[in-house]
Design a binder for this molecule. Structure first.
Ligand code: GLU
Length: 502
């Protein structure tokens, strides 16, 4: 058992530029777990300074996805907190102020190079097969000169003045020390010509001001991690613990999921987007359990975790930095496990919206009776429509030839069903055993296998060849409705017999 940390301050810092997917969900989850485990705080910070890539609906979807997963934040744009604002677009002046401080410390500089010059430089470097980097032309300018040009309104950016000698070592919690030669690190832009800070500056400033102790973020930031180390050290700030999480690969394990592949997935009833999973009938508990184990394990054998279990057992030391392939078969398995973990009332409550969406008139009392008999069989909540829709339909639609029992003729099936009807007429539908025994005796008496008779009855009563346990279903439907359905089936069978005779 690893030692528990003192209360942490962690943040989930998404950019609302697209849909919220499993990867973001997992980053948010790990941050949340660490905060709850240690009694610390979990912050939501919206990184929306990239006006060009901003998608207004993305933020709404993000908030809904996090809430659906059960990841409530303690500080954030909507709930406030002592270190706000928590929306980067409301912090423009703060970043500019810190950029100016870096300039004063000679750790950053104004750059007036035109986009044309930079494009030309890039082309030349590419032709010469050199790394494409800024050549440092404006590093030479005196601050006085630069300030004069800024005052005159000349377009400019602010760049970080990366030391050109020596190296830097930054430490990732999972990968250990990472050492990089400074000359390979570009003079990255910190503030663009429109005055907006880029991630490298904005996130470091915010993490400092918001007293973040642990940064759990995607490993796409590993390549610029040394730059972040430089920026933090240029200010002389305390460094948070950095943890770069493993990447998700497509199910084949080969590469990341493309847009086209994500669209294809939806046709198969899966998705990498959290919001879709809700619609597809997955439980948030199952999503949480599944993504928690994509990059973290407890003991290599325990697979069922509730959020509370995860809060207790999660540990940074058991994170795995290797890429994880998304495995939807496992996901279905987890969903089944969590469906079976629900109370009957809760299952009924969760299944109901799917039945309603399918246009069924749901009777709550019946639904509570149905829940336990479908609980074992559901993979997703919307399977209930196919499995148990017949309970709520007025009229069953099915192919009458399905009423012909296995190895029986239509006439024999009609006879068997007629005798079942007569038998059922004399029974009360109170006890499963009584009904079942009576029907089994009838089958035996007629020299039929119970399966043959039950097969015919199953179609008559449910309209489907696969259903929840038949006798239980009949008891829930009630005698009146069962008799009516059997009568209806008898008519259909008679029709078949007549048409085969004529
Ligand atoms: N806004 C960044 C992103 O969405 C956040 C990275 C971080 O967690 O620091 O990729």
């Amino acid at each position: 058992m690893t030692e528990k940390l003192p209360p942490v301050r962690v943040r989930f810092a998404p950019s609302p530029t697209g849909r919220t997917h499993l990867g973001s969900g997992r980053t948010a989850l790990y941050n949340y777990l660490l905060a709850r485990q240690t009694g610390g705080q979990f912050l939501l910070r919206i990184e929306d300074t990239d006006q060009k890539r901003y998608v207004p609906e993305a933020e709404q979807e993000l908030i809904e996805s996090l809430r659906w997963l059960g990841l409530e934040w303690d500080e954030g744009p909507d709930v406030g907190g002592p270190y706000g604002p928590y929306r980067q677009s409301e912090r423009k002046e703060i970043y500019l102020e810190y950029a100016r401080q870096l300039i004063e410390k000679d750790k950053a500089y104004y750059c007036f190079c035109s986009p044309q010059r930079l494009a030309h430089l890039r082309e030349q470097q590419m032709q010469a097969k050199q790394p494409t980097m800024y050549d440092g032309l404006c590093r030479q300018l005196t601050l006085e000169d630069a300030l004069r040009r800024v005052k005159q309104g000349e377009p400019h950016v602010i760049r970080f003045k990366t030391p050109k000698e020596g190296s830097i070592t930054v430490r990732d919690y999972l990968r250990g020390d990472i050492t990089v030669e400074n000359r390979t690190i570009d003079d990255y832009i910190l503030v663009k010509s429109d005055g907006w800070a880029l991630y490298h500056l904005a996130a470091m400033v915010d993490d400092h001001l918001m007293r973040i102790t642990h940064v759990l973020r995607s490993s796409e930031w590993l390549s610029t991690f040394p730059l972040h180390g430089h920026i933090i050290r240029a200010f002389g700030w305390q460094e948070p613990v950095f943890v770069h999480l493993s990447v998700f690969l497509k199910p084949s394990g080969k590469g990341k999921m493309s847009k086209r592949e994500s669209a294809q997935l939806l046709q198969d009833g899966y998705s990498i987007f959290i919001k879709d999973l809700e619609q597809l009938g997955y439980l948030p508990e199952a999503v949480v359990n599944w993504i928690a184990l994509m990059g973290w394990s407890y003991d290599d054998k325990t697979e069922f975790f509730t959020m509370q279990d995860l809060i207790e057992k999660f540990s940074l030391d058991h994170l795995n930095p290797s890429p994880a392939a998304i495995n939807f078969t496992k996901f279905d398995h987890f969903n089944g496990l969590h469906i079976r973990h629900l109370t009957v009332d809760e299952l009924a409550r969760r299944v109901k919206p799917f039945l309603l969406k399918a246009g069924l008139r749901v009777d709550d009392t019946k639904l509570i009776q149905i829940a336990p008999i479908i609980q074992e069989r559901l993979v997703t909540l919307d399977d209930a429509v196919e499995m148990a829709g017949f309970f709520f339909r007025q009229q069953l639609e099915y192919d009458p030839t399905l009423l012909i029992g296995k190895n029986l003729s239509a006439t024999e099936s009609l006879k068997a069903l007629q005798e079942s009807y007569d038998l059922l007429c004399n029974l009360t539908f109170d006890e499963k055993e009584t009904v079942e025994t009576a029907l089994r005796n009838l089958a035996e008496h007629k020299g039929l296998k119970a399966g043959q008779l039950f097969g015919i009855l199953r179609i008559a009563v449910t309209g489907q060849s696969v259903s929840p346990p038949l006798i239980e279903s009949m008891l829930i439907l009630g005698k009146d409705q069962v008799m009516q359905r059997v009568q209806d089936a008898l008519k259909r069978l008679e029709g078949l017999v007549q048409s085969s005779v004529s």
